[in-house]
Design a protein around this ligand. Structure first.
Ligand code: ZN
Length: 131
């Protein structure tokens, strides 16, 4: 018997500290964003500069140190930094020579968010076993 459709998807990445590159759009059937987990090994740069047609990007640095190139500026980043980038910004990044750079990148269409958190969340039926 086929399982009924659910309102969620779950994937397991295993030990996330060992993930070197994964995109979650397809596995999670994302409809409003793309999420990737990435690692640039020490001293390695993304080999191109890019911009986007309509998506803003948020880079959350999980560990390591590196450099962002953003519209001609170079910006140091380190674990805990979060950088939002407009679609049109020309960007590139590299890991410092002595440090791999691990980060999550979230892409979403700029200007598409109408509500969030308490403006979008609504009370719903149901009760977990721990309540
Ligand atoms: Zn991008």
């Amino acid at each position: 018997m086929e399982k009924a459709a659910t309102n969620y998807k779950k994937v397991s990445l295993g030990n996330v500290d060992e993930v070197t590159r994964v995109t979650l759009h397809d596995d999670l059937a994302l409809t409003g964003s793309e999420i990737s987990i990435n690692v640039l090994p020490a001293g390695i740069s993304v080999p191109f500069v890019h911009a986007h047609r309509e998506n803003e990007e948020v880079y959350l640095i999980l560990s390591g140190r590196g450099q962002f190139y953003l519209d001609g500026e170079e910006l140091a980043v380190t674990a805990g930094d979060v950088v939002r980038v407009d679609p049109a910004a020309r960007r590139c990044m590299r890991a410092d020579a002595d440090s791999a750079l691990r980060f999550v990148c979230i892409q979403a269409r700029a200007g598409s968010l109408n509500r969030f958190t308490q403006d979008d969340g609504i009370p719903a039926e149901g009760k977990p076993s721990w309540m």
